[in-house]
Design a protein around this ligand. Structure first.
Ligand code: CP3
Length: 350
């Protein structure tokens, strides 16, 4: 079981909303809030590769705290990456600046699947150390641990890098379902192991990113992805922390992604939150969903969008305000700070 929470953390706006209770203000955080939009991030990352930075608790703690200080958000997200646990367990993968995860020898057969193994706490002592230090520094602000869901991580391993159509991944699913299921099964173990390390070290919620699941039909999602994702959520249930699930372009999948075992469903900007609540079917808190493109539209355009999202979010038993996807690297930090302040002070029409 997760350790008993101190009451300021337990009553934090983020955790209250994630449990479907109404906090005094709507909590806000931003996916990919740590990173290149912040000059202080670019400064501490100078001369250190992304994957190397993750093995240095001093850098991980500093980078995780930067957006909390700068924006005043209601949660921190652990600075890591969806491919970090693979790397830590010895898989040959890199993160190319401006591109994303790349694999020189993509997985195409059973030998490739055999190269994937879950991390053990002994592989990632620096992760445990960084989480423990963060939890102590954050006090009443929750730390969100995260992992990549089997499909999204598999897409990088099978394609060899970012993809638009996931052609090779889909070819594996349909052409060699046994191989696909073996790979997804291992990746579920990777996600479970990495989430467990973070929660056992003190993270008070988890988010499972299936960012690219929206590339699948509901039929394929249900057959090839849902059972593996459901196993991840089921394994984490014992820790009694809110489990959030998110993907981009998942309007057709919201009901299934919720059914996979999420306590909170993340929604991108394409589906209004009240409509998302209908599609989810069972009353659950939602997270989202300002279009990141709006960050560049000027405050007069942003404010009415926030009002609309807050009003639509009332259809759910809890609402965590966020963007519909990650913070773009060229976003203006002042705009993100203003959004946080505005959401905190907003009086939402009933
Ligand atoms: O505040 C945070 O959210 C930081 C933690 C975080 C990172 N990656 C740090 C990172 C999280 C939650 C992720 C998850 C992640 N990584 C996802 C799921 C979320 C999403 O955006 O949909 C995905 C698909 C990845 C894969 C990945 N890693 C991409 C697409 C990129 C960007 C490549 C680029 O340079 O444009 C990365 C690298 C990465 N992960 C960076 C950061 C801060 C940039 C690395 C750098 O600064 O050099």
């Amino acid at each position: 079981m997760a350790p008993t929470l101190p009451s300021s953390l337990d009553r934090s706006a983020y955790l209250l909303a994630a449990r479907g209770e109404r906090p005094p203000h709507t909590p806000v955080w931003f996916m990919r809030q740590a990173g290149r939009a912040l000059p202080e991030y670019r400064k501490v990352r100078e001369g250190v590769s992304m994957l190397e930075s993750l093995t240095r608790p001093d850098l991980v703690v500093e980078i995780t705290l930067q957006p909390v200080r700068r924006y005043g958000v209601d949660a921190a997200i652990f600075y890591s990456d969806i491919v970090a646990p693979l790397k830590s367990a010895g898989f040959d993968i890199d993160i190319k600046p401006g591109v994303g995860p790349v694999v020189a020898d993509p997985i195409r057969d059973a030998e490739g699947v055999g190269r994937v193994r879950p991390v053990t706490p002994a592989d990632v002592p620096y992760t445990t150390e960084a989480v423990q230090q963060l939890v102590s520094e954050l006090g009443g602000t929750p730390l969100i641990g995260f992992a990549g869901a089997p499909f999204t991580v598999a897409s990088y391993l099978v394609e060899g890098g970012p993809s638009k159509d996931f052609a090779k991944t889909k070819a594996m699913m349909h052409g060699n379902p046994e191989l696909w299921h073996a790979l997804a099964d291992r990746l579920a173990d990777v996600a479970i192991a990495y989430l467990a390390v973070q929660v056992e070290a003190g993270a008070s919620a988890i988010q499972l990113f299936d960012s690219w699941a929206g590339g699948l039909s509901p039929r394929d999602y249900e057959r090839f992805v849902l059972p593996h994702t459901a196993r991840v959520f089921e394994a984490i249930k014992q820790y009694d922390v809110p489990r959030v699930h998110f993907g981009v372009n998942t309007g057709e999948l919201l009901g299934l992604m919720s059914a996979a075992g999420a306590d909170v469903v993340g929604v991108d900007w394409r589906v209004p939150l009240d409509e998302a609540v209908r599609r989810i079917g069972t009353p659950k808190p939602v997270q989202g969903n300002l279009d990141p493109a709006l960050l560049f539209a000027g405050w007069d355009a942003i404010e009415p969008e926030i009002d609309r999202i807050l009003a639509e979010g009332k259809a759910a038993p809890g609402h965590i305000f966020n963007l519909g996807h990650g913070v773009p690297p060229d976003a203006d930090p002042d705009v993100l700070r203003r959004i946080t302040q505005y959401v905190h002070s907003a009086h939402v029409p009933a």
